[in-house]
Write a protein that binds this ligand. Structure first.
Ligand SMILES: Nc1ncnc2c1ncn2[C@@H]1O[C@H](COP(=O)(O)OP(=O)(O)O)[C@@H](O)[C@H]1O
Ligand SMILES: [Mg+2]
Length: 499
């Protein structure tokens, strides 16, 4: 009998204050696509980093094709035939596709032309297109991902680990990607496919292993035999039901409008291209799109953190086009940025100070902040939004992702905004966290707040939003009624198909 391609046996990995893997196991057979499923924070990436030589497990065994391995660096794992495509790509923007593919591999005495030819052949063999001569900065996220995969295949990876690869793809690209996966395992390679999307797992994968809280709760389940709802239950354990988006009120007057907005990015390229949109009181408008299509520049410009080249923005009838962020907040805007620790929260300051940051004015007694009022105010936020904190005077950075997000949303919502702009408000949270944030947003909507919400999760937008705008390369290319639109229609628009 042939050995499994990979056997991870009782892997433990601890970080300060967190056990990421608590005796997790995984067995992957050659010639199969094996799904590793689990909620955010379940320990999937850490387990794969233990296999790819990024981390050394505290305990447990790693065997590759039957041979026990103790990798001390990624290079050791690569030499043993393990290739990993990380969630954040590690490419050199100014190099071409071919240069990136061969970068760091053992040098050989052949011409650039010959290498480019080999890279193109390799791509073709696995059924995807890649122009070896194009510089990486010109590529979409999907194309960059292919370069990362080629890089691993070029090093002759026999086990290919793909960490949430479809997160940067449109639904249609994800389907094509499934075909590429099937082709990769035809000649005996093994692919480990990390995802939390069950439909992808059932259509691309042969077997699945489910992680929860760092443990393996189901191992090597044959997809053909399994009930999908069972897998879902294994993944999330017990959770409360999704909030019902049924509305109590009809949308009212326009609360925020953006007109002919154009924003350049740091390189002087157009990030937002002549965008106009309106959000009404009591309405949730969703912005759908693959990451990196200008969503961030749009929300940053609305919040006043980015200066547009042209265009007008108004909040509750007040023109704030040239106003600094504080004036926009005073006009009724609240902003939940994508980068929570960048502009939203200050990681080194205590939890309490982060909580009161937006209320300094109201909490002032004369020239000084009233500390007693500030403490009461921040304790209210923590209680009402169920932020789990040890002590209010600890630095903010001690909170987990879900609690950071609750604190940030809590702080913004407590300011009683008329308009909320929220960028990826549920990204990176576990199911309970996602549900809590979604419920808060629906409550705000029912209370008459206008919500503009950017999300890469189409299902989330379809269930929460009233209208969905699709953003591609900085432009709004389609508008859909979220109650009647289908995933396919929106997916096509996300790919840039005319709607
Ligand atoms: N380098 C690290 N330092 C500290 N904690 C970490 C580190 N990497 C992951 N963790 C923590 O370990 C847990 C598992 O994370 P991860 O393996 O990334 O999960 P998943 O990929 O399933 O979302 C999380 O609580 C995460 O915050
Ligand atoms: Mg991960």
């Amino acid at each position: 009998m042939s050995h499994p391609a990979v056997e991870l046996d009782g892997i433990w990995k601890r970080f300060p204050g967190v056990i990421a893997n608590a005796g997790a196991s995984l067995t992957v057979r050659p010639g199969t696509v094996h799904a590793v499923l689990g909620e955010n924070g379940a320990g999937k990436t850490t387990l794969m980093n233990c296999l790819a030589g990024v981390y050394r497990p505290d305990e447990g065994a790693v065997r590759v094709h039957g041979v026990e391995q103790r990798f001390s660096a990624p290079a050791d794992a690569i030499a043993a035939g393990i290739g990993m495509v990380h969630q954040e790509f590690r490419l050199v923007d100014t190099f071409t596709v071919a240069e990136n593919v061969v970068l760091g591999a053992a040098p050989r005495v052949v011409s650039q032309r010959a290498i480019a030819g080999e890279v193109a052949d390799l791509a073709q063999r696995f059924g995807f297109e890649a122009d070896p001569a194009r510089p990486v900065w010109q590529l979409s996220m999907g194309e960059r991902q292919r370069v990362e995969i080629l890089k691993a295949l070029w090093r002759n990876a026999q086990v290919l680990i793909l960490d949430e690869p479809t997160a940067v793809l449109t639904p249609q690209e994800a389907v094509e990607f499934g075909n590429v996966l099937r082709r990769m395992v035809e000649d005996g390679r093994a692919v480990i496919f990390i995802s939390h999307k069950l439909d992808e797992v059932t259509s691309f994968c042969d077997e699945a292993t489910v992680l929860r809280w760092g443990e393996t709760v189901a191992a090597g389940v044959a997809i053909a035999d399994v009930d999908v709802t069972e897998l879902a239950a294994l993944m999330v354990g017990e959770v409360e039901a999704a909030p019902s988006p049924d509305r109590m009120t009809e949308p009212g007057d326009v609360a925020m409008s953006v007109k002919d907005l154009t924003v350049d990015d740091a390189r002087g390229l157009v990030a937002v291209d002549d965008v106009s949109l309106e959000v009404r009181a009591g309405e949730i408008v969703g912005i759908a799109g693959v990451a990196g299509n200008g969503q961030r520049a749009l929300t940053d410009a609305i919040a006043g953190l980015e200066s547009p080249r042209t265009g007008a923005i108004s909040v509750m009838g007040i023109d704030v086009s040239d106003a600094p962020p504080q004036k926009r907040f005073a006009a009724g805007l609240a902003y939940v940025p994508e980068d929570r620790l960048g502009v939203g929260l200050a990681p080194k300051l205590p939890v309490a100070e982060n909580a009161v940051m937006r209320a300094y004015r109201t909490l002032r007694r004369g020239p000084l902040l009233s500390w007693r009022a500030a403490r009461e105010y921040s304790e209210q936020i923590v209680e009402r939004f169920e932020v789990k904190v040890g002590r209010m005077d600890l630095p903010l950075a001690s909170l987990s992702g879900g609690n950071l997000q609750r604190l940030l949303l809590g702080r913004e919502l407590t300011s009683g905004p008329d308009v909320i702009v929220a960028s990826q408000p549920t990204r990176g949270l576990d199911v309970a966290g996602v549900r809590a944030i979604q419920r808060l947003l629906l409550e705000q909507r029912d209370g008459g707040t206008a919500v503009l919400m950017v999300s890469e999760d189409l299902d989330e937008l379809l269930s929460l939003a009233d209208r969905i705008l699709v953003m591609v390369e900085g432009r709004i290319v389609g508008e859909f009624d979220a109650h009647s639109a289908t995933r396919t229609e929106i997916g096509e628009a996300m790919m840039g198909a005319p709607s």
